[in-house]
Ligand binder design. Sequence first.
Ligand SMILES: [Fe+2]
Ligand SMILES: [Fe+2]
Length: 212
Amino acid sequence: MALRDVLIDELRDMYSAENQLVKALPKLAKGAKDATLKQLFSAHLEETKGHVERLKEVFAVLEKKPTGQHCNGMEGVIEEGKDALEKDEEGPSFDSGLVGAALRTEHYEIAGYEACIAMSKTLGLRDVVALLTANLAEEMAAAKKITAAAKPILQASARQPEEPQKPKTGKEKYSAAKSREDEKKAAPDLTKSRGKGTGSAVASLINRIGGQ
Ligand SMILES: [Fe+2]
Ligand SMILES: [Fe+2]
């Protein structure tokens, strides 16, 4: 598959991701308790609509249609955002969860645009690079603004008294079981590396990745 085809696939993924966010961001804005956070999510919704428009321009330059690929990654990230919105936490602690979810979406987009820009540069697509760089700049600025707005929220959350443990919901129980499964599947490799005395499990993982 030529690089241009790979790029088009990646861009279609981004187009789907941005459209999914146009639907998801109003829910974050509605759910946020903190006024600054609420305002940031609403402002970024407007920017996100602009990202969809810029991507349409990219596809016009490439003479391709923007649809054709659903972004499973963003679907998963948004799903985690839904979990944060369902949490039974008070004010700042609830908002802290939304901050985590929002930052994940921004950094997922940042990674996608960085990859698409690198590919477009390689192909000498200057107009595409310019359009994608404009989107990337707004994603990076949004992540920075969210991090700045989060500071007082996290501090207030840290001061909140811990709540008594509530019984887990069915969804939480399922998630906990899956996380134990994740650990179990990684366990043989992690235990092996500890026995070698060569340092950490991290070193073993690096070796494995390097050897692939
Ligand atoms: Fe975006
Ligand atoms: Fe974004």
